[in-house]
Ligand binder design. Structure first.
Ligand code: SF4
Ligand code: SF4
Length: 298
């Protein structure tokens, strides 16, 4: 420790550290004494001690963030198994892997339980607090409208309603071992895997992808800005086709509306927010593209 780190600082640090340890223990539902946790992480924590002035580049907040991370790692090391607390189910739903196709065959999952993230679609990464375009297509279980909670999590007792048949990612989930996370090399399930044999429906999905790909959509948004709104009709054309296909499939083919986000991904109009845009319907029924905080562009 720094020689300027006086007794009062030290006493405050010890109290704050115990508080942090208590909070970490509560968050992982581990019933041990905070001192036991701190002791198990001591070597790691000592390496975080503030460096002398002029050398230290971390702020106090950054140091405390590192302290919490070390305590969390140590807490998980003391509890390396799943206690079915449901916390990971509240942070996001699973992405389906190839082997999860069985769940549709056996009826555990239906088309209304899932949605598609199409290639090129903007996805939010909570770790970096950023939205980036997805490199691949993948299918996820739907999440509650008010957050990121998986729809199969029972609110009353945080149990999983399909636990015995839960998707592969949930089986592999180990909050104490983040390296277990699934990746592209595990083989994500796609619409083609599930819907290629559906005849006309698959043809419509392919046509929709050709006319409304996220890559084309993003390019049109960029062009709209470069042309100062002159190309708005091209962007509205893509939005209209996306809307038309969904309408046609649900009304003319009598397909349940709850299946549409699986067949065609989320409506493009809902992804406009990632570009600072919004689609409103005018009094005369025509659609108006609005930039956040600015007047409408037609
Ligand atoms: S894997 Fe998920 S359910 Fe299991 S203990 Fe960790 S956060 Fe809880
Ligand atoms: S399917 Fe079950 S285990 Fe998997 S995230 Fe949803 S509630 Fe949790």
């Amino acid at each position: 420790m720094d020689k300027d780190f006086n007794k009062a600082d030290w006493e405050f640090f010890v109290v704050a550290l115990k508080e942090e340890a208590r909070d970490v223990l509560w968050s992982v539902q581990l019933d041990v004494d905070p001192d036991t946790l701190i002791k198990s992480a001591l070597e790691d924590l000592q390496s975080l001690a503030p460096r002398p002035e002029g050398i230290e580049s971390r702020s106090r907040d950054e140091i405390w963030k590192q302290v919490r991370e070390r305590l969390l790692t140590a807490a998980y090391a003391l509890r390396p198994h799943c206690i079915r607390c449901g916390t990971c189910c509240e942070k996001g739903s699973p992405t389906l892997l190839k082997q999860d196709d069985e769940l549709f065959i056996t009826g555990v999952l239906t088309p209304s339980d899932v949605f598609t993230i199409r290639s090129g679609e903007q996805v939010y990464l909570p770790d970096s607090d950023q939205s980036v375009p997805s490199e691949n297509e993948f299918i996820k279980i739907k999440e509650s409208r008010d957050g990121k909670t998986c729809i199969f999590l029972e609110a009353s007792d945080k149990s999983c309603r399909i636990y015995g048949s839960r998707p592969e990612q949930c089986r592999r989930q180990e909050c104490w071992n983040p390296k277990q996370a699934v990746s592209q090399s595990d083989g994500f399930l796609t619409r083609e895997d599930l819907l290629k044999g559906t005849g006309d429906l698959w043809l419509i999905i392919q046509k929709h992808e050709q006319r409304c790909s996220h890559n084309d959509f993003t390019r049109e948004v960029a062009r709209l800005s470069a042309t100062k709104g002159q190309t708005v009709d091209d962007l509205l054309g893509i939005l209209a086709f996306d809307h038309h296909v969904r309408d046609f499939v649900s009304k003319d083919l009598s397909i349940d509306e709850s299946f549409l986000d699986f067949f065609f991904g989320r409506p493009l109009s809902e992804t406009l927010k990632y570009y600072g845009l919004r689609l409103d319907q005018g009094d005369d029924g025509t659609y108006v593209l609005t930039t956040d905080g600015h007047d409408a562009e037609r």
